[in-house]
Design a protein. Structure first.
Length: 92
């Protein structure tokens, strides 16, 4: 593996550990694609720095868990707003 790729993966790992950021935020910060960040953190890091990999995976799993909660809350809010709009239209 090229040295700059290894260095980037380590820098991305340290960034995500310090900030708890999502893959999208890391990709934006390092100006690479989300797929590249995922490859760096989920596969390359396992070989390069296993100790960082275990820390990063915990953060990524937590972000994924929170994503599903945010999605559920957004859906609940959407239907609450739709119900409110329908009620107002019927009363008007």
């Amino acid at each position: 593996m090229r040295e700059f790729v290894e260095q980037r993966a380590i820098e991305e790992a340290n960034y995500i550990i310090q900030t708890g950021s999502t893959l999208r935020a890391v990709a934006k910060e390092f100006i690479v694609s989300k797929s590249t960040v995922h490859l760096d953190l989920a596969e390359r890091l396992k070989v390069i720095a296993p100790e960082l990999y275990t820390k990063v995976i915990i953060i990524l799993q937590n972000n994924k868990y929170e994503r599903s909660i945010r999605g559920g809350e957004a859906t609940r809010e959407k239907y609450r707003r739709l119900k409110t709009c329908r009620t107002r239209n019927v009363l008007a």
